[in-house]
Design a protein around this ligand. Structure first.
Ligand code: 0O2
Length: 234
């Protein structure tokens, strides 16, 4: 956090005078970053709310189907460095208003499912909840990105209840299968966001890996359907 404050911020406050003790400087800086800390805490709460909602759904659906549709839930709060980069790249200055209005993914929840159908079932159940407001849906499973990336993205707004107010916060939910997550995690490490141009053959190879993973997902889904139909019949 300290990196966002250079000594110039102290000019004019009198805090640069040699006789000012460290406690005063620290108190001043704490005061400056308090609103940012507060906002990040609100995002953290919203992220926890969404995580809990998926945990509840997982519990309920696993009782119904005798199989847990969720493998893992991961949460992440965007770092201040990433927030700053994203805002500046898009031509916005770093203000609290811009963080809230221009960024959809400060709070992120990633739900890793077993099968592709689990993704849509969970997303529908989540979006049916009356305190969840869908702002944007990006279905990169129905329409994968050019590089092969697949996931269902939901930008939602949910309320968090503070001691004296209700605040609506945005959360990005990414739903993927294990194989989509495996591909995206590796691609993220290998290539995503690296300012390098790779040969077309390399890009094609990455896309082919994504397609192979998607084909395996479909085969596993068919196997699961066949076996559960057989179990029902017996
Ligand atoms: P990071 O490092 O994962 O946080 P929007 O959020 O709607 O204003 P944006 O960010 O272009 O606009 O949305 P998009 O394309 O839906 O991407 C959001 C997030 O999805 C990314 O966040 C990644 O986490 C993931 N993602 C999207 N495309 C790719 C991809 O091609 N490969 C991989 N591995 N992940 C992808 P960030 O902030 O870009 O990155």
């Amino acid at each position: 956090m300290d990196t966002y404050f250079d000594a110039n911020i102290l000019t004019g406050t009198g805090l640069l005078a040699p006789d000012v003790n460290h406690k005063k400087i620290r108190a001043f800086l704490q005061e400056q970053i308090k609103p940012v800390r507060e906002l990040m805490a609100y995002y953290q709460c919203a992220m926890m709310e969404v995580e809990t909602k998926f945990k509840v759904l997982s519990q309920e659906l696993s009782l119904e189907y005798d199989r847990n549709p969720i493998e893992t839930i991961k949460t992440r709060l965007k770092s201040m460095d990433s927030i700053t980069d994203k805002l500046l790249d898009r031509g916005f200055s770093l203000t609290l208003e811009n963080i809230e209005q221009q960024l959809n993914d400060v709070a992120g929840v990633r739900v890793i499912c077993g099968l592709p159908s689990d993704i849509y079932e969970l997303a529908d159940a989540f979006l049916r909840q009356d305190d969840v407001r869908l702002i944007m849906k990006k279905d990169y499973i129905a329409t994968p990105k050019e590089n092969g990336y697949r996931s269902l993205h939901l930008i939602v707004e949910i309320p968090i209840f503070l001691h004296d107010e209700k605040k609506m916060m945005k959360v990005e939910v990414q739903l993927r299968t294990i194989s989509m997550d495996w591909w995206a995690s590796l691609e993220h490490k290998i290539r995503y966001k690296k300012d390098i141009v790779v040969e077309e053959s390399v890009a094609n190879e990455l896309r082919t890996c994504a397609e192979t993973a998607a084909a395996l997902d479909m085969r596993m889904e068919q196997l699961q359907k066949y076996i559960s139909a057989k179990a029902m019949a017996e």
